[in-house]
Design a protein around this ligand. Structure first.
Ligand code: CTP
Length: 217
């Protein structure tokens, strides 16, 4: 099957002055591993990535972005053409209300930064999907991993969600290995791993291909 896949990866950065930002410890490894696995499966791959320190996967078109707003606009531009969207990106949920144009000077005072919510990219896209497009999210949880992921699957109206724990030093952020609980809107459930992110990516791509093949019949 000749498929076009759009993958997001890595963190976003939300600045409150030119040199200071709020972000998270996502390294982009899972998204990059998925991009490689999708390419190896013969798919056309667009990869939208926040700031990461990973080499560009061969045969993949990489779109580097920094903020959630930039990621949202880049994904919007590519979404219409894709058959599958996989959002592994750890998109910031809040951004500073004000981005000061110059570096803030410290004068020994406390600093209060006011945040505003960032629109949910996946939810927005799910509401405008065309029939046949497959939407996959990742859930980063520190507690009640499966229940929280299942709630996101329903709330975001997507087809699959891969839940992983980001709690403590053994959490998924930056790790070489991971364990995923993959949940489908149709009641599907499968635990993958613990395994390397490379192996998990290959298993997830195989699973999505199988799902698409069955539903194309
Ligand atoms: N996501 C998104 N846009 C956002 C935040 C998250 O598209 N502004 C996507 C992520 O890429 C991921 C999924 O939504 O595929 C779940 O992200 P996660 O951070 O686990 O959950 P949130 O929906 O942000 O909820 P919370 O932070 O409250 O757990």
């Amino acid at each position: 099957m000749s498929l076009r896949c759009l993958i997001t990866a890595g963190p976003t950065r939300e600045f409150f002055d030119p040199v200071r930002f709020v972000s998270n410890p996502s390294t982009g490894k899972m998204g990059f591993a998925l991009a490689t696995a999708a390419r190896q499966a013969g798919w056309t791959v667009d990869l939208v990535a926040g700031p990461v320190a990973l080499p560009e996967p061969a045969g993949v078109v990489l779109y580097p972005v920094v903020t959630a707003d930039e990621m949202s606009r880049q994904v919007d531009a590519l979404f219409g053409a894709c058959d599958i969207l996989i959002m592994t990106a750890a998109v910031s949920d809040w951004r500073p209300k004000v981005r000061h144009p110059e570096k803030l000077k410290k004068q020994g005072q406390a600093l209060t930064v006011e945040f505003e919510p960032v629109p949910d990219i996946l939810t927005t896209l799910a509401a405008q999907r065309r029939p046949g497009q497959l939407l996959v999210g990742f859930a980063a949880e520190t507690e009640d991993v499966e229940a929280n992921a299942r709630a996101k699957l329903v709330q975001k109206k997507i087809d699959f969600i891969a839940a992983n724990s980001v709690a403590g030093p053994d959490g998924a952020f930056g790790a070489e290995t991971n364990r995923l609980i993959v949940l489908g809107a149709d009641g599907f459930r499968q635990v993958m791993g613990p395994a390397t992110k490379t192996v998990l990516a290959q298993q997830l791509i195989a699973l999505l291909l199988q799902h698409l093949t069955v539903h194309a019949r």
